[in-house]
Ligand binder design. Structure first.
Ligand code: 1PZ
Length: 214
């Protein structure tokens, strides 16, 4: 077993998302990134066929982490402060990627769209039949969400990778939360928090007309 694998549990990852929303209903960037980092670790456990996906997620996490480690780190404390700061200072390419190809706003939007898929996928797993296929849940939720933003070649590669997913019960056990039933219970507890994080971000982006950032 790889070092640390025995202690890795998806519980901590999903707990990170429960810490995202502040009392002022702002989305904190650090726990959001911590949640994504854990998801990447989990994805890597599922096999190298998923590395093209985890690499892209890592790239995006690192872009935002770099902002959090820069002189402007305070501006990137929450998604709200990031949007306000980048828009006020003309740091976002609104029509076409040019001067600011890796703005925090456009990078975060990619993770935000992926969070929508994650929310639907985990809900599909939670409510699925014992012997249902994870690959089917995964491709149905992907096609209904993220796929709309991906070119054909990525959709194709994703479809091939999904075939490598184990059955629902094995997948639930891979989460290292306990039995499949315990994993389902944990999902039931954690999902409302993920939905809330998604909803707040979606409203913020809609309000500033940022949902189609190139
Ligand atoms: C459990 C099975 C995992 C299935 C993951 C389903 C998501 C498939 C996503 C395929 C992404 C492929 C790689 C690159 C995509 C990028 O082009 C896009 C847009 O970014 P741009 O090109 O505009 O810079 N990137 C994304 O959409 C972000 C995707 C992040 C996906 C993270 C998934 C984490 C899964 C955790 C599993 C528990």
């Amino acid at each position: 077993m790889a070092a640390g694998a025995e202690t890795f549990s998806l519980r901590e990852v999903l707990v990170a998302f429960t810490a995202c929303v502040s009392e002022q209903r702002e989305v904190r960037v650090d726990p959001y990134l911590a949640g994504w980092k854990g998801l990447v670790r989990f994805l890597n456990c599922l096999g190298t066929i998923f590395s093209f996906i985890s690499k892209d997620a890592v790239t995006k996490i690192e872009i935002i982490e770099n902002y959090r480690n820069s002189d402007q780190r305070e501006k990137y404390l929450t998604v709200q402060s990031m949007v306000e700061y980048e828009l006020a200072n003309g740091l976002v390419d609104l029509q076409k990627r040019s001067e600011h190809p890796d703005s925090g706003c456009r990078t975060f939007l990619r993770l935000h769209r992926a969070l929508h898929w994650l929310q639907m996928f985990l809900e599909g797993l939670r409510t699925g039949e014992d012997n249902s296929k994870t690959s089917v849940i995964c491709s149905e939720t992907y096609n209904a969400s993220l796929a709309n933003y991906h070119p054909w070649i990525i959709r194709k590669a994703a479809g091939v990778a999904f075939c490598a997913l184990p059955t629902r019960n094995t997948f639930l056990e891979t989460m290292n939360v306990g039995t499949a039933e315990e994993a389902v219970a944990m999902l039931g507890e954690a999902l409302p928090y993920i939905c809330e994080v998604y909803k707040i971000t979606e409203e913020l982006y809609a309000q500033h007309k940022l949902l189609d950032l190139p």
